[in-house]
Design a protein around this ligand. Structure first.
Ligand SMILES: Nc1ncnc2c1ncn2[C@@H]1O[C@H](COP(=O)(O)OP(=O)(O)OP(=O)(O)O)[C@@H](O)[C@H]1O
Ligand SMILES: [Mg+2]
Length: 324
């Protein structure tokens, strides 16, 4: 049975549909990431599920129960927002105790739960600090502890790592994934960061203008995008002409570069070679009257192609995905 089910969920603001007939079924324990450009309706969708906002049309089910009209308090949901929204005048421990107090859990049982949650996010020992005495990553962990301390049925995370630098963000991504597995809690994460989405989630949901573009496993959405928007939103897409005037897509990792005249391929020229650690990204221009730009990505093994060099470009027919 689905843990979260959305049926035709719509939220209009005047003429703008921030959520436009969204359908979604999230399984118990599943980790789904909502991905989309700014203003595409990601926060709107989370706030509708959390009960902080009401749909104009459609139904919302949690654990099989229709909660469309239920208040936020009647839904057992843990929330983390981008700005951690910790209480600055409270200590770490008091912050984590807060949602328990709201639920009338107090005294030693509350303290035990709060300490357990803080341990889960590896913050034991910092209980008595105030948020201003913590790093951004530590504050984010407090926010997570506060969201999980009452054992929510569902965890909703809105850009929880958005304010952190890249390295810390990557560390916390791993921790978040492990925490989510340990708790087995059904999770919806909102992010701008497609790498984060692709690496963390069981499935991703791509939104644009409040409408679902695709719901699929990360690799499927990346290699078999439902449309041009998804293809371009999830990384770099090379569009190639197919027979019958249709358009196909080849991802940069699937583009082969070889010396001219060895195995055939289309003649091209390297415009730029960009080192990305272990990979090199090549910007190319195919020769000929259409002179189309392309991007290839290949592991750096000893030697890289240099800007200005001619190369033969090829790809397997199996790596072409037709896009609408
Ligand atoms: N209270 C409101 N009144 C009017 N319009 C709103 C309101 N809240 C959101 N919107 C509009 O709904 C659309 C979706 O907003 P939402 O905050 O859900 O986007 P988002 O995907 O979370 O964007 P971001 O990535 O910037 O956080 C936007 O066009 C926004 O301007
Ligand atoms: Mg938002």
């Amino acid at each position: 049975m689905s843990d979260i089910r959305l049926e035709g969920v719509t939220r209009r603001y005047g003429t703008v549909a921030a959520a436009d007939e969204v359908d979604l079924a999230v399984a118990q324990g599943e980790f789904v990431t909502i991905l989309g450009p700014s203003g595409s309706g990601k926060t709107t969708l989370l706030s509708l599920i959390a009960g902080l906002n009401r749909p104009t049309a459609g139904r919302i089910f949690i654990g099989g129960r229709d909660v469309t009209e239920a208040t936020a308090q009647e839904r057992n949901i843990g929330l983390v927002f981008q700005s951690y929204a910790l209480f600055p005048h409270m200590t770490v421990l008091e912050n984590v105790l807060f949602p328990l107090g709201v639920r009338k859990i107090t005294g030693p049982p509350a303290r035990a739960k709060a300490l357990e949650a803080l341990k889960l996010v590896r913050l034991d020992g910092l209980h008595d600090r105030r948020p201003s005495q913590l790093s951004g990553g530590q504050q984010q962990r407090v926010a997570l502890a506060r969201a999980i301390v009452f054992k929510p049925d569902i965890l909703l995370l809105d850009e929880p790592l958005g304010a952190l630098d890249r390295k810390l963000r990557e560390e916390l991504q791993v921790e978040l994934k492990q925490l989510q597995r340990t708790l087995g809690v059904t999770t919806l994460l909102v992010t701008h960061d497609q790498e984060e989405a692709l690496s963390l989630s069981d499935r991703i949901m791509v939104l644009n203008h409040g409408r679902t573009q695709q719901v699929a496993a990360p690799t499927e959405a990346y290699l078999k995008p439902a449309n041009r928007f998804v293809a371009e939103f999830l990384g770099i897409a090379n569009f190639v002409g197919l027979d019958g005037g249709r358009t196909g897509l080849v991802r940069p990792e699937r583009v082969r570069l070889e010396p001219i005249g060895v195995n055939g391929g289309r003649p091209a020229r390297v415009v730029e070679a960009i080192y990305l650690g272990q990979m090199v990204r090549y910007h190319l221009v195919l020769d000929g009257k259409d002179a189309a730009p392309m991007v290839a990505a290949a592991p750096f093994v000893g030697r890289a192609w240099q800007a200005g060099e001619p190369v033969a470009v090829s790809w397997d027919a199996a790596d072409i995905w037709p896009v609408a």
